[in-house]
Structure formats: structure tokens, C-alpha cells
Design a protein around this ligand. Sequence first.
Ligand SMILES: [Fe+2]
Ligand SMILES: [Fe+2]
Length: 263
Amino acid sequence: MEKAYQVMPDIEVLPSHFPVPGAGFLPVNAYILKAKEPVLIDTGMGIDSEEFMKSLEAVIDPQDLRWVWITHDDADHIGSLQKILEAAPNARLAAFSLAVLRMSTAWPVPMDRVHWLNPGDSINVGDRKLTAVRPPLFDNPTTIAVIDDKSKAFFSADCFGAIIPWPAQSIDDVAEVDLAQSMVGWASLDSPWVHMVTPNEFNKGLDRIRQFAPKAIFSAHLPPAIGKSEQFLEVLATVPLSTPNIAPNQTALEQILAQEKGE
Ligand SMILES: [Fe+2]
Ligand SMILES: [Fe+2]
């Protein structure tokens, strides 16, 4: 887990990177939106939990949080959720209904603090409206990405992710060609259904994002990116017809383990 830093005047990122053996690093970001009613978007990986809480507390007193927005209930997004709900008694949990119900099979989610959102629904956080949208790519049916109508930022959940060669604070630290390739590779691996979708249908999903004209793409799995939306949408447009990304198999794992042992 790295130190939190500011990416827009009222937005901070809580960044981490998960090492993917033989491939690079998957950024894992949560975001703090310093709205009139402050919002935490996602809660990192469980393995980082202690550091995540410290990193969060360096930016905001958890008592001041009014919302915790979970983009979906995958482990890399809800790692510190229970701890945060305890440390932030004034915060409500904004999430898709099925995410809350699925989490309830693992721990008692306080239902009286929950706010259920479907794609298209909004919450008012004092100085702005946050709208839930289904991103063009997702790996979990409970995914609700966030459009902030004040900053014009798009918090895109797993969409626009990439495994990058080294931990980077800015996408400018990653070569553009490599980045496009990595984004396509991640999209294919994380949302394999995209290869069953016609480019025409898929483009409608991209156009829905285009309509918002996001000034920034704040993905959970990419360094924060400002002013790159159109470029990134064009990269994603190539995904349905790209060669499906095949995940490493047992032979690859044995090679990785042998390399790590220095054989
Ligand atoms: Fe996910
Ligand atoms: Fe994720």
C-alpha cells in the first residue's frame, strides 16, 4: 500500500498494487471524494487492511465519512469494509442490493445503514449528485460505477484496468503502447463475456460513458487518468474483436515458481 495522494482538488486516491506473478502489478485503488458529505469509494484489499485504515485516517477522520460506496463485492474492493463501518459510524453503505445480500452470507451487514442503488439511481452528497452506472466492462453483476456531476470524474470500478510493468502513480509513467495492450488484455481476462458481444452493441455501452464526457477516469485498477477518456474509450472499442487473453496454466505456474526459487 502506498501513501494517499490528491488527484483532483477534492479527490484523493488510496493506492495499492497487487503483484501478479510473471505479469506485473495490478493497481488496486480506493478513492476519497471530499464532497460536503464525504464519500469513500471502495475499501481496498483485505491483505492491506491495517495499512489501508492508516492511509485513510491520514486523509480524513473516519467519523466524518457519510458514505461508503462499494462498486461491487469482489474481495479487492471490500477488504476493509467491516473495519470502516465500525470506524465510521456516521457513514451509510451505498451498494447494489445483490452485493449487500451476498456479503451478508459472510458477515452481518447492518441493513439499517444500507442504501440500495441500481444503475441510473443517484444519491445527493450535499454539493453534488453521484449517479450509479453500469460500466461498459465488469466482472461482477453487482457493479455500480460512479459518475460525479461536479468533478465530472468517472469512478469506473474494474473497467479501464490494466496490469502494468511497475507500480506507477500516473499513467504517464507507463508507455502508451504498452498501456493500450495491457488494457485490452485486462479487459479480455476480467470480462471474458466481451468476446460474445457484437462490437455494435458494445459501442453503445461506450457511447453511454462518452455522453458524460468524463474529465477523469478513476479506475480501481489503473493509475488515475485525467483527460484521457476518449483515448481510453477508443482502446476499449477494440476489445470485442481482440484475441481472447488466455490465463496462465499449471505449466506456467511451475515455471514461475521455479524462477522464484532461482532454478
Ligand atoms: Fe471485480
Ligand atoms: Fe477489482
